[in-house]
Design a protein around this ligand. Sequence first.
Ligand code: URA
Length: 199
Amino acid sequence: ASSAACPDLAALEAAVAEFDGCALRETALNLCFADGSPDAEVMLIGEAPGAEEDRLGKPFVGQSGKLLDKMLAAIGLERSSVYITNVVYWRPPGNRSPTPQEIAACQPFLERQIELLKPKIIVFLGGSAARGLLGVKEGVTKLRGRRFVYTTADGTRIPAMVTFHPAYLLRQPAQKRLAWRDLLALRQRLREAQAEAAD
Ligand code: URA
């Protein structure tokens, strides 16, 4: 089925499970479509599933995921209340980075996923996660701290931001200071979006 024809997230997941246009599915054990709540206000988009994610069929359940859970908890967000996915739905062999072709193959599904979820804010984890959807080229250090807007195919404007990937923070813990600022900015923009919706 075409992604645009999928009426809800369950139908979209079923369409991704049937999709054979991305070669990563041939080497992966499981599809990692998403985790969290279909009513989430916050959508987090990472790069690609790793070994643990591939084994369990869920994004961000390994070491990076544990740090991500702590980051969310620091601003009062539970993992179960947000929605987490990646720009590719299958683990690249040996944890290599997904290619631009693999990302492009999955992108129509991700675009529809955003349109169906309609989050109040999107957080890209790492520069490469942000590249395809925001049409930016800079690395994460130039992208973080800025306010982006992602516009869906149906014209909904969704606030978006970029922060460090948790795997990067595990290697560069000194950058957690800046990640904390990003989390505070996330909390602030979420409050703004909630206030706007209440008007
Ligand atoms: N890193 C990612 O980008 N995504 C995952 O799901 C896990 C680790």
